[in-house]
Design a protein around this ligand. Structure first.
Ligand SMILES: [Zn+2]
Length: 75
């Protein structure tokens, strides 16, 4: 399934994101491997050892893919 939507809110521009692969992509190292997902709920990066809730890491990965620009980011 391809998630297609565009939201402009609070200066954050969101672009369409293809969620395929997020369940096995490591947010720490970017390493993609089906073995990263040890169980349905648990994630453990085989490359870097990063471990935690699988859904949480998938959300981080999707968020990184989605946000391409933050207005006012001139600090
Ligand atoms: Zn990793």
């Amino acid at each position: 399934m391809f998630v297609t939507y565009k939201v402009i809110s609070a200066g954050v521009v969101v672009r369409p994101v293809d969620p395929r692969g997020t369940f096995r992509s490591c947010p720490g190292s970017g390493h993609i491997d089906t073995r990263n997902r040890s169980t349905r709920d648990d994630f453990r990066g085989v490359s870097c050892g990063l471990a935690g809730p699988a859904d949480y890491f998938a959300a981080i990965d999707i968020g990184r893919r989605a946000v391409c620009h933050v207005a006012g980011d001139a600090a």
